[in-house]
Write a protein that binds this ligand. Sequence first.
Ligand SMILES: Nc1nc2c(ncn2[C@@H]2O[C@H](COP(=O)(O)OP(=O)(O)OP(=O)(O)O)[C@@H](O)[C@H]2O)c(=O)[nH]1
Ligand SMILES: [Mg+2]
Length: 581
Amino acid sequence: MLDFFTIFSKGGIVLWCFQGAGVSESFAGPVNALIRSVILQERSGNNSYTHEALSLKYKLDNEFELIFVVGFQKILTLTYVDKFIDDVQLHFRDRYKNELEQKGALKLINNSFEFGDDFKILLREAEDSSKARGPAAMRTFKESEKSQKTVKSMIETKGGEKVKEPVGKKNKNTKKEGRCCCSKSPKPQKPRGKQMRVWDIGGRDTKELDHSKRNGDDSLNGSNQNYEAQTDPVCTPSAPKRVKKTFVFGTITSKKGGAFGGMFGMLKGLVGSKSLSRDDMESVLEKMKDHLIAKNVAAEIAYQLCDSVAKKLEGKVMGTFTTVASTVKLALQDSLVQILQPKRRVDILRDVMEAQIQRRPFVVTFCGVNGVGKSTNLAKISFWLIENGFTVLIAACDTFRAGAVEQLRTHQRRLNSLHPPEHHEGRPVVQLYEKGYGKDAAGIAMEAIAYARNQAFDVVLVDTAGRMQDNAPLMTALAKLIAVNVPDLVLFVGEALVGNEAVDQLVKFNQALADHSMSDKPRLIDGIVLTKFDTIDDKVGAAISMTYITGQPIVFVGTGQTYNDLRSLNARAVVSALMKA
Ligand SMILES: Nc1nc2c(ncn2[C@@H]2O[C@H](COP(=O)(O)OP(=O)(O)OP(=O)(O)O)[C@@H](O)[C@H]2O)c(=O)[nH]1
Ligand SMILES: [Mg+2]
């Protein structure tokens, strides 16, 4: 039933593996995909992953730094797998405790882990127990209790014994009615109003209920973080040399009060070489989650992130002099950096040069909801490309919003006046391809690409109309534009101001692209332009939400309304701002 089971160290050394009978395909591909897309991307919240026809379940052993992975065909419903993977983990740890305690990769390689026989026994046990628990056969009507009753006994009469209590009203009140504590059976209910009410406040006195004095200062100290710290200039030959900025991560613990101050103080007592359990971390994780949400990380993502951190740390042995809070904080910090660090580098300048060699234009499509800054940032990117010596054709494919074409024409005029044709052998460096309003956007994009190819433009930037993610006809039209024209890059433009909405926007944009794709491997969002970063102070959570959902990098950050206000993201600085109390 199982395709494979493998046990490997976090350093990548395979300690033992099993391949199911009749399975010829290597499982290296699915396991590598799991490591790349889930474990390295800090998505270990729910322990499963689907890769093509396979379902993979995995378990992290943080004490011995091991990963247990099982794979089976996704059409199978194997109810025993979760327990089985736990059993294998426990058994393997118990049996090879001494070998695993020896540190160092060489020691692990030199040990032989003859686990095959134990594994087979465990597997047989798991399969047998699942069969034993198999679905019970349906009883016949004669065997059922109902068949033993007479029809009369089932009729319910008003005021009679069988009148049922109204469903769902029982727990509506959190107040408890007064009840005699010494009697076991519930006392007959007295009429309301005459009874004493006990409020569920845990017996606290008035002193405890006085919230007028706060513990510590909740204000965001130094919240006027300049966005420049969290972004770097985009690579431009004429850009001034980057002034290196350093960020101190330790400030969180040293601050008195603050959101983290309380949390850190609370668990300071827990020091020593202790193996971390979920309970130890619960309160710290809860505070971290609230903190991330306060920094504008979408609630769903904050929850998943904290869950993933907990999974990563469960069972890990803490060093002496480290607190639970600092361990969790460090793990979360690492996770955040990992999420923001692109797993794939988008190097537009290099890709444009490659397209130049192939004598074709490099095509970028901009999409996103209304008013997020698609056209403005498209103009900024045009400027950046022109500064780098490329020619740009802007395709006005927003044929929907009044003024959209004129807005682009104004940008084209301004950009050409900044880089006059006289400086470029009499040729305008940027041109607008437009066909007015009401026409099919996909058709205009296609014509523009053909025009750019004929006129030897280096880049085509396709502006599209803003659309809400729930507007099915407009989403279908966008998916069609992308499916028909196959751009080199699909950029999703999103505001840094967005909170929980980020998840919905990105999931639905990607879903629409996938649903209307004509190929097996649909073109989804390749990168993100995060706009209005200058307006958010240190609430930089949208960067995390967007990269977490898509797994794609933030290619540009818009930091204002001039052509120069385009930067790239500085992941470490963003994480520093996120962790700041
Ligand atoms: N502060 C700030 N404002 C921005 C930024 N990017 C865009 N804007 C402003 O946001 C507003 C909307 O920008 P547009 O480029 O028209 O947005 P759009 O997404 O093309 O809008 P639609 O085409 O209507 O969907 C304009 O006033 C821009 O100046 C940015 O990075 N920072
Ligand atoms: Mg626009």
